[in-house]
Design a protein around this ligand. Structure first.
Ligand code: GLC
Length: 451
């Protein structure tokens, strides 16, 4: 009772503070956080710019087909899309034995790709916990032949590789644990009586205890909530005392949309045009599904993925790029290839992504710009997608220029001149990178956009 009351109070207080604009985003459990403390807490996440999303669970066993037929839609939703009965879905868990899962290889891949953090599904909407859980037998240790703690192994490997570690947790939607949300509609219709139950009991008996379990056991740097079906401010408030002991935790905006903003917004499968206010992270699939689907070969090219990463950074956001591992514990080759290619670009050009902020001017026709503020200078990273045939690269700023060179080869210096459209960089030679060549332009003072 007391905890509950405290939670409601924190929510109410949080709303007040958010409304007053004193704290830019998440107001709980950080009600006493100053803007400086908020910035300090968000620093690693803002600097990271690039993270790896992993959607992995029992749904990788059917891999997109049921009773011999392909099921439309995203792979991790197969139970709901095909209305698979609970007992039948449990059969897939008995076949979930990822003996090829190599947490160190996954963490190495993430590191080689140049991501700074991983977010993995600890429990998706099918309710299956990828960690041992005292709150529900529907978990990796009790319901699969594999039996080992997937989340624990990956947490350890990620940290050994210097990566931050985040956990996706479907706190409301759950198609297996009784009472979990099945939809946003008021009557929360089930497709199997085994799913029936009270949503409040589900929160009390499954969701809240499991959130506590994952926080205590894995100390995640991020909690990534998803789909707030059946949630309201009162229900969300019950999570707050559980989060309170972790003052460095970063959370997204999906716990409960109306009363809580979270630390960052989560545009899904899209890149906000000119960026949105505050912190945000675009999450995106590499093909068309989050969880593995054997017949989804609709892969984005490395060029598209890299341009997305650069576009997002130039709008001031993070890119959380997804892989959907197979049920044997391997990551599809197409994903590995693309991640490694991105990593090769990042090894040379990462300075133009990590720790940068949005472009000070509208996107130029030739590519994108990211920015780093110095003491009395500003560094602009000009990501040239289309290397101009005449060598002239216009930048609509009126500042004086200190230096201009190629990031990949600082000995390749470029001359610049100023004219009535701003600065023109005179590129020479060929584009060093067919996807994006980065030119470093150092200017005096803060950027002065052309009027
Ligand atoms: C959606 C889907 C889900 C996926 C998520 C990623 O909300 O429900 O399957 O995990 O988006 O952003």
């Amino acid at each position: 009772m007391r905890i509950h009351a405290l939670g409601s109070w924190l929510v109410a207080f949080g709303i007040l503070i958010v409304a007053a604009g004193a704290i830019p985003a998440f107001a709980q459990p950080y009600t006493d956080e100053t803007p400086a403390q908020h910035d300090a807490r968000m620093k690693w996440w803002r600097d990271a710019r690039f993270g790896l999303f992993i959607h992995w669970g029992v749904y990788s066993v059917p891999a997109g087909s049921y009773q011999g037929r392909p099921v439309k839609g995203i792979g991790e939703w197969i139970m709901q899309k095909a209305k698979i009965p609970v007992a039948e879905y449990h059969e897939y868990a008995r076949q979930f034995n990822p003996t090829k899962f190599d947490p160190d290889a996954w963490a190495q891949l993430a590191q080689d790709a140049g991501v700074k953090y991983i977010v993995i599904t600890s429990k998706h909407h099918d309710g299956f916990a990828m960690f041992p859980s005292a709150a529900s037998k529907w978990n990796i240790a009790d319901a699969s032949p594999y039996g080992k703690d997937i989340i624990g192994q990956l947490a350890e490997a990620a940290r050994a590789h210097g990566l931050r570690f985040g956990l996706y947790y479907s706190h409301a939607q759950d198609w297996n644990n009784p009472g979990g949300a099945k939809s946003a509609s008021k009557d929360n219709p089930s497709w199997d009586p085994a799913q029936d139950g009270s949503f409040d009991d589900y929160l009390a008996q499954t969701s809240l205890p499991q959130v506590q379990e994952i926080l205590e056991r894995y100390h995640p740097d991020v909690i990534w909530w998803d789909t707030s079906f059946q949630m309201n401010a009162d229900r969300a408030s019950r999570f707050l005392p559980i989060l309170a002991p972790y003052p460095n935790l970063i959370v997204n905006d999906r716990l409960e949309r109306k009363s809580l903003k979270g630390d960052f917004g989560t545009p899904e499968q899209r890149i906000p045009d000119t960026g949105i206010k505050g912190d945000w992270e675009t999450c995106m699939t590499m093909n068309d599904t989050w969880g593995y689907k054997s017949d989804d070969q609709h892969w984005k090219s490395t060029e598209t993925l890299l341009h997305n990463l650069i576009d997002i950074a130039s709008n001031g956001g993070n890119y959380l790029l997804n892989v959907g591992p197979k049920s044997d514990g391997t990551i599809p080759d197409e994903s590995i290839e693309r991640l490694l290619a991105m990593g090769n670009w990042m090894k040379i050009n990462g300075e133009a992504i990590y720790g940068t902020t949005a472009s000070p001017i509208p996107h130029p026709a030739w590519g994108r710009i990211t920015t780093k503020a110095g003491d009395d200078t500003t560094t602009l990273y000009l990501h040239v997608f289309d290397w101009p045939t005449d060598g002239n690269l216009p930048v609509a700023l009126s500042n004086n220029v200190r230096d201009c060179h190629l990031l990949a080869d600082p000995t390749r210096k470029f001359t610049v001149d100023k004219n009535d459209t701003g600065i023109t960089v005179h590129l020479t030679g060929d584009a060093p990178d067919p996807i994006a060549s980065v030119v470093v332009l150092t200017i005096d003072g803060a950027p002065q956009p052309m009027q």
